[in-house]
Design a protein around this ligand. Structure first.
Ligand SMILES: *[C@@H]1O[C@H](CO)[C@@H](O)[C@H](O)[C@H]1NC(C)=O
Ligand SMILES: *[C@@H]1O[C@H](CO)[C@@H](O)[C@H](O)[C@H]1NC(C)=O
Ligand SMILES: *[C@@H]1O[C@H](CO)[C@@H](O)[C@H](O)[C@H]1NC(C)=O
Ligand SMILES: *[C@@H]1O[C@H](CO)[C@@H](O)[C@H](O)[C@H]1NC(C)=O
Ligand SMILES: *[C@@H]1O[C@H](CO)[C@@H](O)[C@H](O)[C@H]1NC(C)=O
Ligand SMILES: *[C@@H]1O[C@H](CO)[C@@H](O)[C@H](O)[C@H]1NC(C)=O
Ligand SMILES: *[C@@H]1O[C@H](CO)[C@@H](O)[C@H](O)[C@H]1NC(C)=O
Length: 506
């Protein structure tokens, strides 16, 4: 789960659910997964542990942060005309997609700006001075220093790689040829006001934010302290039998993953398996971040929110290789219950075709190493058919469909009373689960849920009831369920807190 940035995404997340189920691995047919997600551990999500970002210099300028830039002299926003591929202009009175630039952070002062159509803002190659948005890749010409006014951080000047500051010459001409100092006044064409819109706090942001020297230190400290052996003991002694562990694609190239990712998480996953074995827990390894990002959300490891997973066969093959690596490494562990091939692929950006191709290849790959491990297939989020994976699943054994049920992230849930939330679980969620839970079909898994809703003044008793009814309904999923998450800065999202404070009893 994660905070979904982007209203379009949140709007579509309403009925989506996912997860997977599996039998096997010497477990009895009556075994039902009662799991907790170890979210925010090997895949960073800032909202789960905000303090992880505290030490990043200039930490409001992280990768993917959207920046809207208004000229003080014209009172108009900069835009990549037509969304990108041509000139930059300064003639917009309101800012929306074409007026929003996604930061790529080089270091705390230096950035690239990615436009709506994915090009980068840069100096025109002919003039060496006019600002355009045409290049598909970044080079020196696409690199800019952002200088913030020390007592008014949203007032900025932008220096291009030719050494000069950007200035607006007219509504249709922005150039990098302003020399010298500024008094930061409203009459200075090199001064801009910025608005930050949209922010990502995922693994890319935290590692690139700290940079190559500090990030390894910070991440190792986090991995070694956020979840420890005692947590596995806690999980096993509180009525749970499984942990679902989100991992990122870079773990397969540990100890030297591509920058900015940091090596060392693989040894932590090894430890997780040994603790699971020690305390009699099963593990679902969940590929939460696929290369290119399968949903553009911060928990997919995205740099800037674009969804680029599954667009080429090479990308799918690269992802299959990660499943190969993980399956080979953990197939022999008696704790390996399941491999989840990808978390929350988002429709329509991820097509059913690409996903089916990937699931088929991913399934075969897991089977190279294990005939019994369950293979979990996440349903697509967004506008999608909840039984669309059935034709694929019918030819496979020990497969599980994963759905995620949150009474959040959609306008449909706003201003609901507690009773309405309860009824929705009792009736609609039951119907949704019944639709996908069939006698000879794949198993079903509510792989993420939480006892949280947006209701003002809800009491402890309300939360207890809300948790209870979900446990009852999701208990009918044929594979089982998993709470999101074990630990979280927000109490209701922390199963540890919910158990320790008497909100949930298993
Ligand atoms: C902004 O300038 C471009 C380039 O001249 C023009 O095509 C576009 O229509 C202008 N947009 C507005 C809102 O004035
Ligand atoms: C940031 O990167 C730019 C471009 O590579 C470099 O000139 C500058 O010195 C760097 N600044 C810091 C603080 O590292
Ligand atoms: C950027 O990519 C597009 C689409 O592949 C291509 O048409 C265009 O020529 C490329 N632009 C540059 C400057 O390379
Ligand atoms: C800009 O200000 C700096 C620091 O006050 C000063 O050293 C420099 O000479 C000034 N440059 C110009 C072009 O005025
Ligand atoms: C959903 O997909 C399944 C499997 O392809 C198909 O049988 C069913 O008719 C589809 N449902 C809808 C509403 O399109
Ligand atoms: C929820 O209630 C608030 C306050 O009454 C109202 O402003 C808002 O429009 C409502 N939202 C929806 C989606 O109905
Ligand atoms: C819940 O189910 C009822 C009965 O099928 C239906 O009328 C209602 O629209 C559903 N609610 C939502 C929010 O989908």
């Amino acid at each position: 789960m994660a905070k979904y940035s982007g209203q379009i995404v949140s709007f579509f997340i309403l009925l989506s659910c996912f997860l997977s189920v599996s039998h096997g691995r010497n477990i009895s047919p009556n075994f039902q997964v009662r799991a907790v997600n170890l979210g925010g551990w090997l895949v960073t999500e800032g909202w789960i542990k905000p303090s992880l970002f505290d030490g990043i210099p200039n930490k409001d300028f992280l990768d993917g942060t959207g920046i809207q830039i208004k000229s003080v002299t014209l009172g108009k926003y900069l835009a990549a005309e037509t969304g990108g591929g041509t000139i930059m202009v300064a003639n917009r009175t309101i800012a929306s997609d074409w007026e929003t630039f996604k930061l790529w952070r080089i270091n705390e002062t230096t950035y690239n700006f990615r436009v709506f159509n994915k090009q980068f803002v840069g100096l025109d190659k002919t003039s060496g001075m006019n600002i355009v948005a045409v290049e598909n890749t970044t080079g020196l010409s696409e690199t800019f220093e952002i200088i913030r006014k020390s007592d008014d951080l949203n007032r900025v000047r932008i220096r291009a790689s030719n050494g000069f500051f950007l200035q607006v010459k007219s509504e249709e001409l922005i150039t990098a040829d302003f020399q010298g100092n500024s008094t930061w006044g409203d009459d200075d064409p090199s001064v801009f006001l910025i608005t930050l819109v949209g922010r990502y706090e995922g693994e890319f942001q935290v590692t690139n934010g700290y940079g190559p020297v500090k990030a390894p230190e910070v991440m190792k400290e986090h991995w070694n302290t956020f979840i420890v052996e005692d947590d596995f003991k806690f999980v096993s002694s509180n009525g749970l039998n499984t942990v679902r562990i989100p991992v990122g694609w870079w773990i397969a190239s540990d100890p030297t993953p591509p920058e900015p990712f940091v090596g060392g998480s693989l040894l932590i996953l090894d430890k997780a398996f040994s603790w699971a074995e020690k305390y009699g827990l099963k593990v679902i390894v969940d590929l939460h971040c696929a290369p290119g990002s399968q949903n553009g959300m911060e928990h997919s490891g995205t740099r800037d929110g674009f969804l680029e997973w599954g667009l080429t066969d090479a990308n799918i093959q690269e992802t299959v290789a990660i499943i190969d690596f993980l399956s080979a490494r953990y197939a022999k562990s008696p704790s390996l219950l399941a491999v989840e091939l990808i978390n929350e692929p988002l429709a329509p950006g991820v097509s059913l075709d690409s996903l089916t191709k990937y699931y088929k290849a991913g399934y075969d790959t897991v089977r190279k190493y294990s005939s019994t491990a369950y293979v979990v297939l996440s349903n697509r989020l967004g506008p999608s058919n909840q039984t669309e994976l059935f034709p694929l699943a019918s030819g496979l054994t020990n497969v599980v469909i994963d759905v995620h049920y949150y009474n959040l992230f959609s306008r449909i849930f706003s201003n609901w009373t507690i009773q309405r939330h309860m009824n929705y679980i009792q009736n609609n969620r039951t119907d949704q689960l019944t639709l996908i839970t069939t006698t000879n079909g794949p198993l079903t898994f509510v792989g993420e849920w939480v006892a949280e809703f947006e209701v003002n003044g809800a009491t402890k008793e309300d939360y207890q009831k809300f948790a209870e009814i979900q446990l009852e309904v999701y208990g009918k999923a044929s594979f089982g369920w998993a709470y999101w998450a074990l630990k979280n800065a927000q109490n209701h999202w922390s199963l540890e807190w919910m158990i320790n404070n008497g909100y949930i009893k298993l």
